[in-house]
Ligand binder design. Sequence first.
Ligand code: ADP
Ligand code: MG
Length: 265
Amino acid sequence: MAKKSELSIRALRTFIGDKPILRGVSLQIRPGEIHAVMGPNGSGKSTLCHALVGDPNFKVEGGASLDGKDLLGLDINERSRAGLFLSFQTPPAVPGVSVANYLRTIYNAARAPAAPISIAEFEKIVKQEMAALRMDEAFLDRYLNDGFSGGEKKRCETLQMALLQPRYVLLDEIDSGLDVDALKIISHDIMRLQKERKFGLLVITHYARILQYLKPDYVHVLNRGRIIQSGTAALAARIEKEGYDKIVGKEGGEGGMAGLDEEGA
Ligand code: ADP
Ligand code: MG
């Protein structure tokens, strides 16, 4: 049985058509813990995130629960309301929808069935969070992710996380498309929020670099849809030094894909 206070993933399998992608992933994340899942391109990192938050494009088997509540029977909005948040690897642009309107919509959806809050009340809350993140309020009037730099997109994701106050946060390659300075700023913001609110954090990454800032308690290596090794931060340091080849060994990665498709889905 799943323990009460944890995000519990049990023998999770996903399929696209008949093709298995995740082939039995198990992971337990308690509030306040930081876990990293590292893996070569195509190993199933994004699939794990999307399957957990309830992306309807994936057929999922196995078990997943959040603080004892079964997740797999819930739709994407119900999972968000249960306290799960995903920061997308490539957040989509939505021309015509302002950041303010988008944030208010997701904020009210997360509060449902409670009545939506007024625009004025919402502005007060969002501006407080933006001040803590040192974000310019002019941001609110721009169209969502439209023409945003890599750093702006990820800061917008961080603002959503701050607003929704999730219990468990999944970051899908938040380091992709960021330069070193933006990576530092965003990691610092996420660590501050994590220390303050003590959510469980799953950092998905190809590169060990971000783990210098988002310091994981546990590191897991995903390869071809399976966790093939788990350890401490020392495992990430080893991957940084030796690359994935030595770790994935004879199982192999996706073959010739390493280093490609850094911005891929
Ligand atoms: P990662 O995030 O680790 O790079 P993904 O989870 O994006 O890997 O992909 C895992 C595997 O699933 C890859 O082999 C990829 O080609 C396949 N895959 C992902 N999405 C789709 C899709 N929509 N259709 C077909 N195959 C897909
Ligand atoms: Mg990915």
